[in-house]
Ligand binder design. Structure first.
Ligand code: AMP
Ligand code: MG
Length: 472
């Protein structure tokens, strides 16, 4: 193991040194063996007690210098000049053997830090389980995301509305630099720090920007493009992040901070699950607009060390058409289209309109649509289906090929809210088997798994989850 700490080479005001508090009785609940192997941690499953001490915060990984990162952020539109890692610690970086790049290893729920404010620095097991299963599913869907390496129960109760078992998630990320990290130094008018942060972020995430005429602008353009693509992919998957504050938007373009997130059951453009999102600021259909709003905050921060405001504005103006084109590129194969033609955006809108009007399950409808290729009765997807078949008739693949292609990109299994809740409830009772089974099913989300067919089903009336919570 060779853990490095590039962030500690940045000026002191970027972070606070802090050791994890340690857990009274750390127990390894889940270990992501394939990911561990990629990170050079193969074989550790043979010593689960050591792993529990490391990732329960009781013992430092050799070479690790734990730090809490400073950042600010706009939360629901309101600027908070100091947030920072209040319950997380960056242990350092490990190189991923698959791409040769460094990945942050972070403990989440490992105790108080100088940024904790009134928080206890802890995490309840529920949100740990949720982040684990949803982030790993996101990875299977091919969307950029932070990942989960381990979940440990601490043996300690945390006080939320009730006393709940505590947990620590080990998160792996391309980095933990957020839009809010730039905002933190911008509001302090700390141009030296902004320059250092920009150089660091460029080196780590957009190395090609280093040689550009304006590295800040080239960096911004790349970040904007990644966000446009990410949000398009979320929307194609039916995913609602739920709390797209600027401190929860990673510069790397990875999905980060799985709080009150959820996948849609029936399609609804304005759907909100999060209990704290009363105005629907982060509703399903609002996400592209919010990403653009967050990018405007990043542009403002960067403009403290760059000029050419109109160039930044033009990148921002390009966001919406860029998002649309990514979104169409994700949606076309879901509808069996080989390529995107003029008019396909309308076809997608017609599809969504049909789903919404008939309150149909978003995920399963794509699979059912593929089965309609051979049907000619009127029982399917109404007028949309007729237009869709006319559109398919203009391309060459056979029905079998179309269905195969659709099923390869339309998941049968998603981490449905009610299934995630079931896994959490059992885990809180000390039973990890429900979680393990859900995780297993989600490892092959596109494949029929007859034993687990029930996992593909939308919630029954009594199972419906109406709200999700941050749980912090
Ligand atoms: P999040 O909801 O994860 O985006 O967190 C927003 C801010 O609240 C971050 O600065 C977190 O570090 C902080 N925070 C959330 N939960 C806790 C907690 N239990 N203890 C201390 N700080 C917390
Ligand atoms: Mg956060």
């Amino acid at each position: 193991m060779n853990i490095t700490n590039s962030y500690t080479r940045l000026p002191d005001r970027f972070y606070a040194r802090q050791d994890p508090a340690g857990s009274p009785d750390p127990l390894l609940l889940v270990w992501n063996r394939p990911l561990a192997e990629q990170l050079g941690l193969g074989g550790l499953e043979e010593d689960p007690e050591l792993v529990a001490r490391w990732f329960g915060g009781n013992q430092l990984l050799p070479g690790s210098e734990p730090i809490a990162l400073a950042y600010a952020g706009h939360q629901f539109g309101n600027f908070v000049p100091q947030l920072g890692d209040g319950r997380a610690l960056l242990l350092g970086e490990l190189t991923n053997r698959e791409d040769g790049r460094p990945y942050d290893i972070q403990l989440k729920g490992s105790g108080r830090t100088p940024f904790s404010r009134n928080g206890d620095g802890r995490a309840a097991l529920g949100p740990v389980i949720r982040e684990y299963v949803v982030s790993e599913a996101m990875h299977r869907f091919g969307a950029p995301t932070t990942r989960a390496l381990a979940a440990v129960s601490t043996g300690e109760r945390v006080r939320r509305e009730t006393a709940l078992p505590g947990g620590i998630l080990t998160r792996v990320a391309a980095s933990h630099i957020r839009v809010g990290t730039f905002e933190y130094f911008a509001v302090r008018r700390d141009r030296e720090a902004l320059r250092a942060l920009l150089d660091y972020a460029i080196e780590r995430h957009v190395p090609e920007a280093a040689g550009a005429e304006s590295p800040a602008l080239a960096f911004f353009r790349a970040v904007a493009q990644r966000q446009a693509r990410l949000v398009a992919q979320w929307m194609a998957l039916g995913f609602i992040h739920g709390v797209m504050n600027t401190d929860n938007m990673a510069i790397s373009g990875e999905t980060i901070d799985y709080g009150p997130c959820a996948f849609l059951d029936e399609f609804e453009f304005d759907k909100v699950f999060s209990s704290i999102d009363r105005d629907g600021r982060y509703a399903y259909g609002a996400q592209a607009g919010i990403a653009q709003w967050n990018l405007a905050r990043l542009a403002e921060a960067l403009l403290r060390i760059a000029d050419d405001k109109p160039a930044f504005e033009s990148v921002l103006a390009d966001f919406e058409p860029q998002f649309r084109s990514f979104y169409l590129a994700f949606m076309a194969p879901k509808l069996g289209l080989e390529s995107v033609e003029a008019g396909d955006d309308q076809l997608v809108m017609d599809w969504l309109g049909h789903l919404e009007e008939n309150r149909l399950d978003y995920t399963l409808s794509f699979r059912r649509l593929a089965d309609r290729l051979w049907s000619e009765d009127g029982a399917g997807f109404g007028e949309f289906e007729t237009r869709w078949k006319q559109r398919l008739a203009r391309q060459s693949p056979t029905k079998e090929q179309v269905r195969e292609g659709m099923n390869a990109v339309n998941p049968l299994f998603i981490p449905r809210n009610h299934q995630v809740e079931r896994a959490i409830d059992a885990a809180i009772q000390g039973d990890m088997s429900v979680f393990q089974e859900l995780l297993l099913v989600l490892q092959r989300p596109y494949t029929q798994q007859p034993r687990f067919a029930a996992y593909a089903e939308p919630p029954g009336e009594g199972e419906r989850i109406l709200q999700t919570f941050c749980g912090t």
